[in-house]
Design a protein around this ligand. Structure first.
Ligand code: COA
Length: 374
Protein backbone atom coordinates (compact mmCIF):
# COMPACT_ATOMS: atom_id res chain seq x y z
CA UNK A 1 0.00 0.00 0.00
CA UNK A 2 1.33 3.45 -0.91
CA UNK A 3 1.45 5.69 2.14
CA UNK A 4 0.89 9.39 1.54
CA UNK A 5 2.59 12.22 3.37
CA UNK A 6 -0.04 14.36 5.09
CA UNK A 7 -0.43 18.05 5.98
CA UNK A 8 -2.62 20.21 8.14
CA UNK A 9 -3.38 22.47 5.20
CA UNK A 10 -5.44 25.18 6.88
CA UNK A 11 -7.58 26.04 9.87
CA UNK A 12 -10.73 28.08 10.37
CA UNK A 13 -12.42 29.90 13.22
CA UNK A 14 -15.93 30.98 14.19
CA UNK A 15 -16.16 33.41 17.11
CA UNK A 16 -19.63 33.87 18.70
CA UNK A 17 -21.01 37.41 18.71
CA UNK A 18 -21.46 37.79 22.49
CA UNK A 19 -18.61 38.47 24.94
CA UNK A 20 -18.77 38.32 28.74
CA UNK A 21 -16.00 40.06 30.68
CA UNK A 22 -15.00 38.84 34.14
CA UNK A 23 -16.52 41.91 35.72
CA UNK A 24 -19.90 41.35 33.99
CA UNK A 25 -19.77 37.68 35.00
CA UNK A 26 -18.94 38.38 38.64
CA UNK A 27 -21.57 41.11 38.89
CA UNK A 28 -24.30 38.74 37.68
CA UNK A 29 -23.06 35.90 39.91
CA UNK A 30 -22.95 38.11 43.01
CA UNK A 31 -26.46 39.39 42.29
CA UNK A 32 -27.66 35.78 41.97
CA UNK A 33 -25.88 34.90 45.26
CA UNK A 34 -27.50 37.85 47.09
CA UNK A 35 -30.98 36.96 45.81
CA UNK A 36 -30.54 33.31 46.73
CA UNK A 37 -29.15 34.16 50.17
CA UNK A 38 -32.15 36.46 50.80
CA UNK A 39 -34.50 33.69 49.75
CA UNK A 40 -32.77 31.21 52.07
CA UNK A 41 -32.18 33.70 54.91
CA UNK A 42 -34.11 31.72 57.53
CA UNK A 43 -32.36 28.42 56.67
CA UNK A 44 -28.95 30.12 56.62
CA UNK A 45 -29.67 31.72 60.03
CA UNK A 46 -30.81 28.33 61.37
CA UNK A 47 -27.58 26.69 60.18
CA UNK A 48 -29.40 24.41 57.72
CA UNK A 49 -27.43 25.67 54.74
CA UNK A 50 -24.53 27.97 54.02
CA UNK A 51 -24.70 31.37 52.36
CA UNK A 52 -23.35 31.47 48.80
CA UNK A 53 -20.04 33.36 48.80
CA UNK A 54 -19.30 36.09 46.28
CA UNK A 55 -17.05 35.51 43.29
CA UNK A 56 -14.19 37.87 42.46
CA UNK A 57 -12.51 39.17 39.32
CA UNK A 58 -9.11 39.15 41.05
CA UNK A 59 -9.45 35.47 41.98
CA UNK A 60 -10.49 34.47 38.47
CA UNK A 61 -7.60 36.29 36.80
CA UNK A 62 -5.02 35.06 39.28
CA UNK A 63 -6.25 31.44 39.38
CA UNK A 64 -6.90 30.99 35.66
CA UNK A 65 -5.57 33.84 33.47
CA UNK A 66 -9.05 34.13 31.89
CA UNK A 67 -10.24 37.71 31.29
CA UNK A 68 -13.35 37.17 29.17
CA UNK A 69 -15.15 34.50 27.12
CA UNK A 70 -17.31 34.46 23.98
CA UNK A 71 -20.74 32.83 24.26
CA UNK A 72 -23.67 32.02 21.98
CA UNK A 73 -26.10 33.81 24.32
CA UNK A 74 -25.08 36.34 26.92
CA UNK A 75 -28.45 37.54 28.22
CA UNK A 76 -29.54 34.22 29.76
CA UNK A 77 -26.16 33.65 31.43
CA UNK A 78 -26.15 37.11 33.01
CA UNK A 79 -29.80 36.95 34.13
CA UNK A 80 -29.52 36.27 37.90
CA UNK A 81 -32.92 34.53 37.77
CA UNK A 82 -31.73 32.10 35.08
CA UNK A 83 -27.91 31.64 35.00
CA UNK A 84 -27.75 29.61 31.80
CA UNK A 85 -27.89 30.51 28.07
CA UNK A 86 -31.28 30.98 26.46
CA UNK A 87 -31.58 29.07 23.18
CA UNK A 88 -34.62 28.81 20.92
CA UNK A 89 -35.46 25.27 19.81
CA UNK A 90 -35.22 24.96 16.02
CA UNK A 91 -37.43 22.88 13.75
CA UNK A 92 -35.84 19.64 12.46
CA UNK A 93 -35.67 21.15 8.96
CA UNK A 94 -33.49 24.06 10.14
CA UNK A 95 -29.72 23.82 10.54
CA UNK A 96 -28.78 23.00 14.17
CA UNK A 97 -26.77 25.55 16.14
CA UNK A 98 -23.70 23.29 16.29
CA UNK A 99 -23.90 22.61 12.56
CA UNK A 100 -24.33 26.32 11.82
CA UNK A 101 -21.12 27.38 13.57
CA UNK A 102 -19.25 24.35 12.17
CA UNK A 103 -20.25 25.32 8.62
CA UNK A 104 -18.95 28.82 9.28
CA UNK A 105 -15.53 27.65 10.62
CA UNK A 106 -15.28 25.01 7.86
CA UNK A 107 -15.92 27.65 5.18
CA UNK A 108 -13.09 29.73 6.67
CA UNK A 109 -10.66 26.75 6.57
CA UNK A 110 -11.64 25.78 3.01
CA UNK A 111 -11.30 29.31 1.64
CA UNK A 112 -7.90 29.81 3.30
CA UNK A 113 -6.73 26.64 1.51
CA UNK A 114 -8.39 27.57 -1.78
CA UNK A 115 -10.37 24.34 -1.56
CA UNK A 116 -14.02 23.51 -2.15
CA UNK A 117 -16.33 20.76 -0.94
CA UNK A 118 -15.48 18.53 -3.94
CA UNK A 119 -11.88 18.29 -2.69
CA UNK A 120 -12.96 16.72 0.63
CA UNK A 121 -13.92 13.06 1.21
CA UNK A 122 -15.03 13.10 4.84
CA UNK A 123 -16.11 15.19 7.82
CA UNK A 124 -15.36 14.53 11.49
CA UNK A 125 -17.31 16.51 14.05
CA UNK A 126 -15.14 16.27 17.16
CA UNK A 127 -16.33 18.04 20.30
CA UNK A 128 -16.78 17.62 24.06
CA UNK A 129 -20.57 17.91 23.83
CA UNK A 130 -22.98 16.90 21.07
CA UNK A 131 -26.26 18.71 20.61
CA UNK A 132 -28.17 15.46 20.14
CA UNK A 133 -27.63 11.73 20.02
CA UNK A 134 -28.47 11.24 16.33
CA UNK A 135 -28.44 11.73 13.40
CA UNK A 136 -24.74 12.62 13.69
CA UNK A 137 -23.95 16.32 13.74
CA UNK A 138 -21.15 15.55 11.26
CA UNK A 139 -23.60 14.22 8.67
CA UNK A 140 -25.75 17.34 8.92
CA UNK A 141 -22.59 19.45 8.48
CA UNK A 142 -21.46 17.27 5.56
CA UNK A 143 -24.81 17.79 3.85
CA UNK A 144 -24.81 21.55 4.50
CA UNK A 145 -21.33 21.82 2.95
CA UNK A 146 -22.19 19.54 0.00
CA UNK A 147 -19.39 17.06 0.74
CA UNK A 148 -19.52 13.50 -0.65
CA UNK A 149 -18.19 10.46 1.24
CA UNK A 150 -18.66 9.91 4.96
CA UNK A 151 -19.03 11.79 8.23
CA UNK A 152 -19.09 10.86 11.91
CA UNK A 153 -19.12 12.40 15.39
CA UNK A 154 -16.54 11.69 18.05
CA UNK A 155 -16.12 12.89 21.63
CA UNK A 156 -12.93 12.69 23.66
CA UNK A 157 -13.76 15.79 25.75
CA UNK A 158 -10.98 18.40 25.57
CA UNK A 159 -8.87 16.08 23.42
CA UNK A 160 -11.52 15.63 20.71
CA UNK A 161 -9.63 17.73 18.13
CA UNK A 162 -6.23 16.05 18.45
CA UNK A 163 -7.80 12.59 18.51
CA UNK A 164 -9.70 13.58 15.34
CA UNK A 165 -6.48 14.76 13.69
CA UNK A 166 -5.06 11.25 14.20
CA UNK A 167 -8.16 9.72 12.56
CA UNK A 168 -7.89 12.15 9.63
CA UNK A 169 -4.12 11.63 9.37
CA UNK A 170 -4.55 7.85 9.17
CA UNK A 171 -7.38 8.08 6.60
CA UNK A 172 -5.39 10.39 4.31
CA UNK A 173 -2.07 8.60 4.88
CA UNK A 174 -3.41 5.20 3.82
CA UNK A 175 -5.40 6.61 0.90
CA UNK A 176 -8.92 6.07 2.29
CA UNK A 177 -9.58 9.79 1.74
CA UNK A 178 -7.88 12.62 -0.18
CA UNK A 179 -8.81 15.16 2.45
CA UNK A 180 -10.75 15.21 5.73
CA UNK A 181 -12.39 18.26 7.25
CA UNK A 182 -12.46 18.30 11.07
CA UNK A 183 -14.81 20.66 12.89
CA UNK A 184 -14.86 21.39 16.64
CA UNK A 185 -18.09 23.22 17.47
CA UNK A 186 -17.53 23.69 21.21
CA UNK A 187 -20.74 25.11 22.65
CA UNK A 188 -19.68 24.67 26.27
CA UNK A 189 -21.95 27.27 27.89
CA UNK A 190 -25.03 25.01 28.29
CA UNK A 191 -23.07 22.43 30.33
CA UNK A 192 -21.37 24.94 32.62
CA UNK A 193 -22.62 25.40 36.22
CA UNK A 194 -22.90 29.20 36.09
CA UNK A 195 -24.20 29.11 39.69
CA UNK A 196 -20.98 27.53 41.03
CA UNK A 197 -18.26 30.11 41.73
CA UNK A 198 -15.53 27.43 41.68
CA UNK A 199 -16.00 26.99 37.94
CA UNK A 200 -18.43 29.62 36.55
CA UNK A 201 -15.56 31.49 34.86
CA UNK A 202 -13.96 28.55 33.08
CA UNK A 203 -15.64 27.96 29.72
CA UNK A 204 -16.41 29.80 26.48
CA UNK A 205 -18.04 28.95 23.14
CA UNK A 206 -16.27 28.81 19.78
CA UNK A 207 -15.81 26.64 16.69
CA UNK A 208 -12.58 25.65 14.94
CA UNK A 209 -12.01 23.71 11.72
CA UNK A 210 -8.94 21.88 10.39
CA UNK A 211 -8.35 20.69 6.82
CA UNK A 212 -6.09 17.61 6.61
CA UNK A 213 -4.94 16.57 3.12
CA UNK A 214 -2.16 14.91 1.10
CA UNK A 215 1.16 16.73 1.01
CA UNK A 216 1.48 16.30 -2.76
CA UNK A 217 -1.87 18.06 -3.27
CA UNK A 218 -1.03 20.92 -0.95
CA UNK A 219 1.16 22.94 -3.36
CA UNK A 220 3.64 23.73 -0.60
CA UNK A 221 1.12 25.10 1.88
CA UNK A 222 0.58 23.96 5.42
CA UNK A 223 2.31 21.88 8.08
CA UNK A 224 3.34 18.27 7.52
CA UNK A 225 2.13 15.89 10.24
CA UNK A 226 5.28 14.09 11.40
CA UNK A 227 3.36 12.03 13.93
CA UNK A 228 0.41 11.80 16.31
CA UNK A 229 0.23 10.19 19.75
CA UNK A 230 -2.82 9.55 21.91
CA UNK A 231 -3.03 8.53 25.57
CA UNK A 232 -5.90 7.93 27.99
CA UNK A 233 -5.97 7.13 31.72
CA UNK A 234 -9.33 6.91 33.51
CA UNK A 235 -10.10 9.63 36.07
CA UNK A 236 -13.31 11.00 37.62
CA UNK A 237 -11.68 14.35 38.42
CA UNK A 238 -13.33 16.02 35.42
CA UNK A 239 -16.81 14.68 34.95
CA UNK A 240 -20.37 15.22 33.69
CA UNK A 241 -22.96 12.49 34.34
CA UNK A 242 -25.70 13.84 32.03
CA UNK A 243 -26.74 11.27 29.47
CA UNK A 244 -29.60 9.37 27.94
CA UNK A 245 -30.20 7.46 31.19
CA UNK A 246 -30.63 10.63 33.27
CA UNK A 247 -34.38 10.69 32.58
CA UNK A 248 -34.80 7.13 33.78
CA UNK A 249 -32.82 7.97 36.90
CA UNK A 250 -35.36 10.76 37.55
CA UNK A 251 -32.57 13.36 37.47
CA UNK A 252 -33.20 17.07 36.97
CA UNK A 253 -31.19 18.93 34.30
CA UNK A 254 -29.87 21.34 36.98
CA UNK A 255 -28.65 18.58 39.36
CA UNK A 256 -25.02 19.40 40.06
CA UNK A 257 -23.60 16.19 38.61
CA UNK A 258 -25.56 16.65 35.36
CA UNK A 259 -23.24 19.57 34.52
CA UNK A 260 -19.45 19.96 34.34
CA UNK A 261 -17.70 19.40 37.68
CA UNK A 262 -14.09 18.86 38.59
CA UNK A 263 -11.41 18.59 41.25
CA UNK A 264 -9.44 21.50 39.79
CA UNK A 265 -6.42 21.16 42.06
CA UNK A 266 -6.07 17.42 41.37
CA UNK A 267 -6.44 18.00 37.64
CA UNK A 268 -3.70 20.59 37.76
CA UNK A 269 -1.38 18.32 39.76
CA UNK A 270 -1.98 15.13 37.78
CA UNK A 271 -2.32 16.38 34.22
CA UNK A 272 0.67 18.76 33.94
CA UNK A 273 3.39 16.11 34.44
CA UNK A 274 1.49 13.67 32.21
CA UNK A 275 1.23 16.20 29.39
CA UNK A 276 4.90 17.24 29.61
CA UNK A 277 6.08 13.60 29.64
CA UNK A 278 3.71 12.78 26.77
CA UNK A 279 5.08 15.56 24.55
CA UNK A 280 8.71 14.77 25.40
CA UNK A 281 8.19 11.04 24.68
CA UNK A 282 6.42 11.76 21.41
CA UNK A 283 9.15 14.14 20.23
CA UNK A 284 11.88 11.66 21.23
CA UNK A 285 10.22 8.91 19.20
CA UNK A 286 10.54 11.19 16.16
CA UNK A 287 14.19 12.07 16.88
CA UNK A 288 13.48 15.54 18.27
CA UNK A 289 13.86 17.27 21.64
CA UNK A 290 11.55 19.92 23.13
CA UNK A 291 14.36 22.49 22.78
CA UNK A 292 14.23 22.23 18.98
CA UNK A 293 10.48 23.00 18.83
CA UNK A 294 9.65 26.57 17.81
CA UNK A 295 6.04 26.53 18.95
CA UNK A 296 3.82 24.70 21.45
CA UNK A 297 0.11 25.12 20.74
CA UNK A 298 -1.12 23.85 24.10
CA UNK A 299 -4.65 23.18 25.32
CA UNK A 300 -6.05 26.37 26.81
CA UNK A 301 -7.63 25.70 30.20
CA UNK A 302 -5.47 27.54 32.68
CA UNK A 303 -2.52 29.91 32.30
CA UNK A 304 -0.63 28.35 35.22
CA UNK A 305 -0.97 24.86 33.71
CA UNK A 306 0.47 26.01 30.39
CA UNK A 307 3.36 27.83 32.07
CA UNK A 308 4.16 24.76 34.19
CA UNK A 309 4.04 22.36 31.23
CA UNK A 310 6.26 24.65 29.14
CA UNK A 311 8.70 24.97 32.05
CA UNK A 312 8.86 21.17 32.37
CA UNK A 313 9.50 20.89 28.63
CA UNK A 314 12.13 23.61 28.25
CA UNK A 315 13.69 23.78 31.72
CA UNK A 316 12.89 27.51 31.80
CA UNK A 317 9.96 29.88 31.34
CA UNK A 318 8.53 29.82 27.82
CA UNK A 319 7.85 33.08 26.01
CA UNK A 320 4.33 33.68 24.72
CA UNK A 321 5.82 33.37 21.23
CA UNK A 322 6.97 29.83 22.08
CA UNK A 323 3.71 28.86 23.85
CA UNK A 324 0.98 31.29 22.77
CA UNK A 325 -1.96 32.00 25.09
CA UNK A 326 -5.50 32.59 23.82
CA UNK A 327 -7.44 31.59 26.97
CA UNK A 328 -7.34 35.19 28.22
CA UNK A 329 -9.73 36.10 25.39
CA UNK A 330 -11.64 32.80 24.94
CA UNK A 331 -11.60 30.99 28.32
CA UNK A 332 -11.43 27.21 28.12
CA UNK A 333 -13.04 26.22 24.81
CA UNK A 334 -12.54 22.46 25.36
CA UNK A 335 -11.00 20.78 22.31
CA UNK A 336 -10.89 23.98 20.24
CA UNK A 337 -8.36 25.76 22.50
CA UNK A 338 -5.10 24.40 21.08
CA UNK A 339 -6.51 24.77 17.56
CA UNK A 340 -7.32 28.47 18.13
CA UNK A 341 -3.73 28.90 19.38
CA UNK A 342 -2.50 27.24 16.16
CA UNK A 343 -4.90 29.26 13.99
CA UNK A 344 -3.83 32.59 15.47
CA UNK A 345 -0.10 31.88 15.83
CA UNK A 346 1.49 29.97 12.95
CA UNK A 347 2.00 32.34 10.04
CA UNK A 348 5.38 33.66 11.17
CA UNK A 349 7.00 30.19 11.25
CA UNK A 350 9.61 29.51 8.55
CA UNK A 351 9.81 26.41 6.38
CA UNK A 352 11.25 23.53 8.44
CA UNK A 353 10.08 24.94 11.79
CA UNK A 354 8.68 22.39 14.27
CA UNK A 355 5.51 22.83 16.29
CA UNK A 356 3.43 20.65 18.62
CA UNK A 357 -0.33 20.80 19.14
CA UNK A 358 -1.17 19.19 22.50
CA UNK A 359 -4.52 18.78 24.22
CA UNK A 360 -5.26 17.44 27.70
CA UNK A 361 -8.47 17.06 29.61
CA UNK A 362 -11.28 14.82 30.80
CA UNK A 363 -10.79 11.09 30.51
CA UNK A 364 -7.97 11.83 31.27
CA UNK A 365 -7.07 12.18 27.61
CA UNK A 366 -3.92 13.60 26.05
CA UNK A 367 -3.26 14.00 22.33
CA UNK A 368 -0.22 15.44 20.56
CA UNK A 369 0.44 16.24 16.91
CA UNK A 370 3.99 17.06 15.79
CA UNK A 371 4.02 19.41 12.80
CA UNK A 372 6.71 20.77 10.50
CA UNK A 373 6.17 23.81 8.32
CA UNK A 374 6.37 22.71 4.69
N1 COA B 1 -13.99 33.84 43.49
C1 COA B 1 -13.39 33.96 44.68
N2 COA B 1 -12.90 32.90 45.37
C2 COA B 1 -13.04 31.69 44.82
C3 COA B 1 -13.67 31.50 43.58
C4 COA B 1 -14.16 32.65 42.92
N3 COA B 1 -14.77 32.55 41.73
N4 COA B 1 -13.68 30.20 43.28
C5 COA B 1 -13.06 29.56 44.31
N5 COA B 1 -12.69 30.46 45.25
C6 COA B 1 -11.99 30.20 46.51
C7 COA B 1 -12.19 28.76 46.95
O1 COA B 1 -13.42 28.61 47.63
C8 COA B 1 -10.99 28.55 47.84
O2 COA B 1 -11.25 29.10 49.09
P1 COA B 1 -10.67 28.38 50.43
O3 COA B 1 -9.18 28.49 50.31
O4 COA B 1 -11.26 29.21 51.52
O5 COA B 1 -11.17 26.97 50.39
C9 COA B 1 -9.90 29.36 47.16
O6 COA B 1 -10.59 30.33 46.37
C10 COA B 1 -8.99 28.52 46.28
O7 COA B 1 -9.79 27.66 45.45
P2 COA B 1 -9.19 26.52 44.57
O8 COA B 1 -10.32 25.78 43.88
O9 COA B 1 -8.22 25.71 45.35
O10 COA B 1 -8.42 27.42 43.47
P3 COA B 1 -7.29 27.02 42.47
O11 COA B 1 -6.15 27.92 42.69
O12 COA B 1 -7.04 25.55 42.42
O13 COA B 1 -7.95 27.44 41.06
C11 COA B 1 -8.94 26.40 39.10
C12 COA B 1 -9.10 26.80 40.59
C13 COA B 1 -10.16 25.64 38.67
C14 COA B 1 -8.78 27.68 38.27
C15 COA B 1 -7.67 25.55 38.95
O14 COA B 1 -7.63 24.52 39.90
C16 COA B 1 -7.56 24.93 37.59
O15 COA B 1 -7.64 25.58 36.55
N6 COA B 1 -7.29 23.63 37.53
C17 COA B 1 -7.10 22.97 36.26
C18 COA B 1 -8.32 22.26 35.87
C19 COA B 1 -8.82 22.59 34.50
O16 COA B 1 -8.32 23.42 33.82
N7 COA B 1 -9.86 21.91 34.12
C20 COA B 1 -10.55 22.21 32.93
C21 COA B 1 -10.97 21.00 32.25
S1 COA B 1 -9.82 20.57 31.00
Amino acid sequence: MTMHRVVVRSSGLFVPPDTITNSELVQAFNRYADLENERQAARIAGGECEAIAHSSVEFIEKASGIRQRHVMDKSGVLDPGRMRPRFQPRPDAALSMMAEIAVSAAGDALSRAGRCSQDVDGVICAAANMQRAYPAMAIEIQQALGIQGFAFDMNVACSSATFAIEQAYNAVRCGAARAILIVNPEITSPHLAWKDRDCHFIFGDVCTAILVERLDASAGGGFEILGTRLQTVFSSHIRNNAGFMSRSEDRQPDDRDQLFYQEGRMVFKEVCPMAAAHITGHLESLGHAPGSVQRFWLHQANLGMNQLIARKLLGREATTTEAPIILDEFGNTASAGSIIAFHRHHEDLASGALGVICSFGAGYSIGSVVLQRV
